[in-house]
Design a protein around this ligand. Structure first.
Ligand SMILES: Cc1cc2nc3c(=O)[nH]c(=O)nc-3n(C[C@H](O)[C@H](O)[C@H](O)COP(=O)(O)OP(=O)(O)OC[C@H]3O[C@@H](n4cnc5c(N)ncnc54)[C@H](O)[C@@H]3O)c2cc1C
Length: 537
C-alpha cells in the first residue's frame, strides 16, 4: 500500500525535473518532485564557501529561445547580466564583444599559425555560415512554451514565416553531424591548429554543435547571485503553484505494474504518471518489470541493454580558488568567462591514444607514468575559467576574487586511481599542476595569493548527482546514440517503453545541456497532461 498518492511523481530536482513539476502543478495536478540532495538544481547550482559564491556546474546560461520564453510564460523575473566571453592562447587574449570579433579571432589564429592562413579563412567561413543557421534555429521564442490557442498572432506572425526556414536549416545542420575532429581534418592540415579550435569540446562532438559555439559565446547571460538563482527561482515558483518537494530523498525502486516508487527509507508513493528526470541507466536498473506483459518487458529490456552499452560523455575536473587579490586585477586580463589555452602545441593524442594506453595498462604503468601523463595533459589543455565576481561583484568578499578553473577529464582515470587507493594524492597533484600552469602563464597573481582551494572530480560529480560516468551533459557522442538527436523529433525524446513513465533531462536528448533539459521537462509534462498512452513511440 502506498503511503502517498499523486497524479504525478517527478524524480530528480535538476532544471528538467523542476520544469516538469512546475507545469504539472500549474495545471492543478497533485505532484511531488523527489530529489536526492538537500538542494535542488542538480548541475545548475551555486554554493557559498568562506563568503565566496561559486557555480558548481554550468558557468553561465544560453537562452536558445527556451529559457527566457519559459521564464516569461511563468512570469518569473530573474535579474541577469550579460556574461561576456574571452578567448586566449599563450599571452594573447581576445575579448568577444559582437559578431565582428570573429575577424579578431581569425587574426589571432593567423598570428599563431601564419602558414595556415587559407585554412583559417575556410574555418571562419564555415563558422559564419553556422552563425546564420543558429539565428534561424534560436531566432524565435520556442513554441513549446507558448499558448498557441490563445496567441494566434504568434502562429501567423512568427511560426508560419519561420517554419520553412527552420526545416531547411535542420536539413543543412543534419549534414554536419560528423565528429568535429574528423570534420576539421578535411579542412585544416596542422593538428595543433585543429586542437586550438576544437580541443575544449567533448570527444566526437557533432561538428555543427561544436562550431556553433562562437555564436553562442555572444549570447551567454548570468543571473545576479549566480546560475543557481535560476533553479532557486524555479523552486520558488513550484512551491507557490502548490507543487511538493521532497529533498534528501532518493528513489530506490520502481514498480510500474503497481504504479509505485519507493524511496531509500522505504516510503512508497503511488503515481498515475511518473517523470524520470535523472540518470537513465538508473531508471532501468531500479525498475521491477517482472509482472509486466512479456512484450512490454522485452521492449524495456532492449532499451535497458542499449543504455547500459553506452556511457556518459566526458566529465570535468574543477578547481575552486579563493584569492586575496581584488577583482580589478583579473578584469584587466580577461572577461569573467574565459576559454584559455596556455600552449599552441595542442593536446594531440594526450587525451586519446596516450590516455587509452595508460588506462589499458594502468597497474603496470604505475603512479609515475600517470603523473608524467598529467604533466602533459595540464600543460597542453584548454581551460574554462570563470570569475563570478566579474559578472556580479557581490559574489566575493571585498578585495577578494573567487576563480573557477575547469577542464574536461576522463572518469575512468579517476575511478582507477581511486581503486588503486591514491585518489586524494592524485587530486592534490592535479590541483598543483593546474595552479602551476595558470599562474605561470595568464594569472601570475595565483602564484602566492591563493588563500584556500578545493576541487570537484568526475567521481564526486557521479556521487553527488548520480550521473553515469560523471557525465555533465548526458551521453558520450558515439555513432549509435541511444536517444533522439534530431531537433525536429525532439518531442518523442520523452517517451519510454515503461507504462505511464516519461523521461526528461540531459540523458534523453543529444546534445544535452540546460536549454534542452528544460525543454524536455516541459515536453514530458505536456505528454502527461495530454494523457498520452505510455509506451507509444
Ligand atoms: C562544469 C559544467 C559546465 C556546463 N556547461 C554547460 C553549458 O555551457 N551549456 C549547457 O547547456 N549546459 C552545460 N552544462 C550541463 C548542464 O548543466 C546540464 O546538462 C543540465 O543542468 C542537466 O539538467 P538535468 O535536470 O537534466 O539533470 P541534473 O542537473 O543532473 O539533475 C538531476 C537531478 O536528479 C537527482 N537524482 C539523481 N538520481 C536520483 C534518484 N534516484 N532519486 C532522486 N533524485 C535523483 C540528482 O541529485 C540531480 O539533482 C554544464 C555542466 C557542468 C557540470
Amino acid at each position: 500500500m502506498a503511503e502517498q498518492k499523486y497524479d504525478a511523481v517527478v524524480v530528480g530536482g535538476g532544471v528538467a525535473g523542476l520544469t516538469a513539476t512546475i507545469y504539472l502543478a500549474r495545471a492543478g495536478r497533485k505532484v511531488v518532485m523527489i530529489e536526492k540532495n538537500g538542494e535542488c538544481g542538480g548541475l545548475v547550482n551555486t554554493f557559498s564557501h568562506n563568503g565566496y559564491k561559486f557555480d558548481t556546474g554550468v558557468r553561465a546560461l544560453l537562452d536558445a529561445g527556451i529559457i527566457n520564453t519559459m521564464l516569461k510564460d511563468l512570469k518569473i523575473e530573474l535579474e541577469v547580466v550579460r556574461s561576456p566571453v574571452s578567448l586566449g592562447i599563450g599571452n594573447e587574449v581576445l575579448n568577444i564583444e559582437d559578431k565582428s570579433s570573429l575577424d579578431d579571432y581569425r587574426n589571432l589564429l593567423k598570428r599563431f599559425y601564419p602558414e595556415s592562413a587559407g585554412e583559417i579563412d575556410e574555418v571562419l567561413r564555415i563558422i559564419r555560415k553556422i552563425m546564420k543557421h543558429m539565428d534561424v534555429l534560436y531566432g524565435i521564442e520556442n513554441p513549446v512554451f507558448k499558448n498557441l490557442k490563445r496567441d494566434v498572432g504568434f502562429i501567423f506572425g512568427k511560426i508560419l514565416p519561420w517554419f520553412p526556414r527552420f526545416l531547411l536549416t535542420v536539413r543543412k545542420i543534419n549534414r554536419m553531424n560528423a565528429p568535429v575532429e574528423e570534420y576539421l581534418k578535411g579542412i585544416v592540415t596542422n593538428p595543433s591548429l585543429r586542437d586550438m579550435i576544437a580541443q575544449h569540446f567533448f570527444k566526437n562532438t557533432p561538428s555543427f554543435f561544436a562550431l556553433s559555439y562562437f555564436s553562442l559565446y555572444l549570447d551567454y547571460f548570468y543571473p545576479i547571485g549566480g546560475v543557481g538563482r535560476l533553479a532557486e527561482a524555479l523552486q520558488e515558483k513550484l512551491l507557490k503553484l502548490g507543487g511538493e518537494i521532497r529533498t534528501e530523498t532518493t528513489v530506490a525502486r520502481i514498480f510500474p505494474d503497481e504504479h509505485i516508487v519507493k524511496d531509500d527509507r522505504g516510503i512508497s508513493y503511488e503515481y498515475k504518471n511518473l517523470i524520470w528526470a535523472a540518470d537513465l541507466k538508473t531508471l532501468y536498473k531500479i525498475s521491477e518489470t517482472g509482472k509486466l506483459p512479456p512484450e512490454v518487458r522485452k521492449r524495456i529490456e532492449d532499451t535497458k541493454d542499449k543504455f547500459l552499452a553506452n556511457r556518459g560523455g566526458d566529465s570535468v575536473f574543477t578547481l575552486f580558488l579563493e584569492v586575496d587579490e581584488p577583482l580589478e586585477s583579473f578584469a584587466k586580463i580577461a572577461h569573467g568567462h574565459f576559454f584559455y589555452t596556455p600552449s599552441t602545441k595542442g593536446l594531440g593524442e594526450t587525451h586519446k591514444k596516450e590516455l587509452d594506453d595508460l588506462l589499458n595498462n594502468f597497474t603496470k604503468a604505475g603512479k609515475e607514468a600517470v603523473l608524467s601523463w598529467l604533466d602533459r595533459f595540464t600543460a597542453l589543455n584548454t581551460y574554462e575559467i570563470s570569475i563570478p565576481g566579474l559578472k556580479d561583484p557581490a559574489m566575493v568578499p571585498p578585495e577578494k576574487t573567487g576563480v573557477i578553473i575547469s577542464l574536461l577529464a576522463e572518469y575512468d582515470l579517476f575511478r582507477k586511481v581511486e581503486e588503486a587507493g591514491w585518489l586524494e594524492e592524485f587530486i592534490g597533484e592535479f590541483e598543483d599542476r593546474i595552479l602551476k600552469v595558470i599562474s605561470g602563464s595568464i594569472y601570475p597573481m595565483l602564484k602566492d595569493k591563493v588563500i584556500h582551494h578545493f576541487s570537484f572530480t568526475p567521481v564526486s560529480i557521479e556521487k553527488r548527482i548520480n550521473s553515469s560516468e560523471g557525465g555533465i551533459t548526458g551521453w558520450a557522442f558515439t555513432k549509435s546514440m541511444p536517444v533522439i538527436n534530431k531537433i525536429q523529433i525532439a518531442d518523442r525524446s520523452v517517451m519510454t517503453p515503461i507504462p505511464s513513465v516519461y523521461q526528461a533531462g540531459q540523458w534523453v536528448y543529444s546534445p544535452g545541456g540546460v536549454p534542452m533539459s528544460i525543454l524536455t521537462g516541459k515536453l514530458a509534462a505536456d505528454r502527461v497532461l495530454k494523457g498520452a498512452k505510455a509506451g507509444l513511440k
